[in-house]
Design a protein around this ligand. Structure first.
Ligand code: AMP
Length: 454
């Protein structure tokens, strides 16, 4: 479906044309007409599907010609992270380029008092669209800087991520400030029970649209190097030394590991930047900018950047650690091979991670290649031997439980609990157009294209 088959204003079509958006993605095709009809919407779609335009285009269209109060915030968009909030704001600027008088402001936490004051003033001056992280919006609500009584649109982007970060109560509190007459749109990459609960509480008779979950792009070449923990640094160095690598993201599962890897790789002469939740807002922005401008070629990061980062030409994603959640794997490697480009993902897998690797393979319905280790990195451990050993260990545990006469399954499980606890201790990092001088006509250009093609 072409964008001009949607019932949206020419000013938006012109902006889309300037941004080279021609054909709707499936989520856009399904969601835009439903939102334009005024329905609440529950969208299950991940980053990379075009979900942002799926909600921004209809809302911008309605704001541009509806009779909305000039003196109030008409649309609130909630984002889990400041990075995503900034990206959404950029897309509002892009799509809204030719619209008269639709303004937006992004407000997000974790920065200095001056920024808060600027946000407060911005809110006082009034903005049609406010894009906010939950904690920051609550601060402004508490300070009485923003009034949501007349807000017509309430949008939650990456809602599952917000809940993972512990924002359920904040979202419910924000919803309590809003009028019941609002239109609510919730996008989530996954549909766990807490999202269902949130949807039941804040959506009114929603239309559901779903884009099949979590298959990485076909063009991603996926490799898993089976190795021991102590071999990882050497393998990572080999992988990162491949010629012509300009844009790589290396994911590690804790901020401590990110810092350590960044130090070590810098010492070895790699051009790296580290991205984690301990950084100040300004530092994060500078690193992202350097990465976008190719001043940094390797970004070492926690999962904080695995979703919502809008850089299209990542060549390689390295998973230094196997993500605990199979869907995080899909999100991580989804940073590469975007917009139909080629891309590569390399995952370092130790025997402890086999179970997680199996879960990932079952989610993506594909067996990941497990080649020999790069030259000079040693022999890869035998997966089958390790699986046999695990089986034997489990049998032994069972046997000794029987022999001890233990009927308390908790006692028998204490080993597992400890392992799980130590994992969660390391894996948490949650604190976490160009201007055109002349307006071209979209219809005119498309007609010319059709004539040319005929
Ligand atoms: P999103 O899933 O909203 O993060 O979008 C992923 C990327 O696809 C962004 O860079 C968008 O600008 C781009 N995009 C979204 N929809 C389209 C479309 N219909 N045509 C071309 N690019 C798109």
């Amino acid at each position: 479906m072409y964008f001009d088959e949607l019932n949206i204003t020419d000013d938006l079509l012109d902006a889309l044309d300037a941004m080279n958006f021609e054909i709707c993605s499936p989520i856009q095709e399904q969601a835009i007409p439903k939102i334009l009809e005024g329905n609440d919407l529950l969208g299950i779609a991940q980053t990379g599907t075009g979900k942002t335009a799926a909600y921004l285009l209809p809302v911008l269209d309605m704001l541009s010609h509806g009779n909305y109060p000039k003196d109030s915030v008409n649309c609130i968009i909630m984002s889990p992270t400041r990075e995503l909030a900034q990206q959404i704001d950029q897309q509002v600027q892009g799509f809204g380029y030719y619209l008269d008088g639709v303004s937006s402001v992004a407000i997000y936490g974790g920065n200095d008092g001056m920024r808060f004051e600027q946000e407060r003033k911005g809110l006082e001056l009034g903005a049609d669209i406010v894009i906010a992280t939950p904690g920051r919006l609550i601060s402004h609500l508490n300070g009485g800087h923003i009034d949501l009584k007349k807000t017509s649109f309430f949008i939650l982007d990456e809602a599952d991520r917000m809940l993972d970060m512990g924002f359920y109560d904040d979202i419910m509190k924000i919803a309590s400030y809003l009028s019941d007459k609002r239109q609510t749109i919730l996008f989530s990459a996954t549909m766990p029970s807490n999202i269902q609960k949130l949807a039941n509480n804040i959506l009114n008779n929603p239309v559901e649209v779903k884009i099949a979950v979590s298959k990485p792009a076909e063009k991603i070449k996926q490799t898993a190097y089976i190795c021991h923990e102590g071999m990882k640094d050497k393998i990572a160095e080999k992988v990162l030394s491949a010629p012509d690598l300009e844009r790589v993201i290396l994911f590690a599962s804790s901020k401590l590991k990110v810092k350590e890897l960044s130090r070590n790789l810098k010492m070895k002469g790699f051009n790296v930047g580290a991205m984690h939740s301990d950084l100040e807002q300004k530092e994060r922005e500078d690193i992202m900018l350097d990465f976008k401008n190719k001043k940094i070629s390797i970004l070492i990061a926690t999962d904080i950047v695995s979703r919502g980062i809008d850089i299209d030409d990542i060549q390689l994603v390295v998973n230094y650690d196997v993500p605990r959640d199979a869907e995080d794997y899909v999100h991580r490697i989804g940073r590469t091979a975007r917009a139909n480009r080629e891309g590569e993902a390399v995952t370092l897998v130790t025997p402890r991670d086999f179970m997680h690797l199996k879960k990932i393979e079952s989610l993506i319905e594909k067996e990941i290649d497990k080649p020999e280790l790069p030259e000079g990195c040693g022999e890869k451990p035998d997966m089958t031997a390790s699986a046999d050993r695990k089986g034997r260990m489990q049998k032994r545990h069972k046997h000794s439980r029987k022999a001890n006469g233990s009927k308390n399954p908790k006692a028998a499980d204490s080993h597992n609990t400890t392992a799980k606890d130590s994992q969660s201790a390391t894996s948490s990092d949650n604190s976490a157009s160009g201007s055109r001088s002349k307006k071209r006509s979209y219809h005119h250009k498309k007609q010319q294209k059709i004539i040319k093609n005929n």
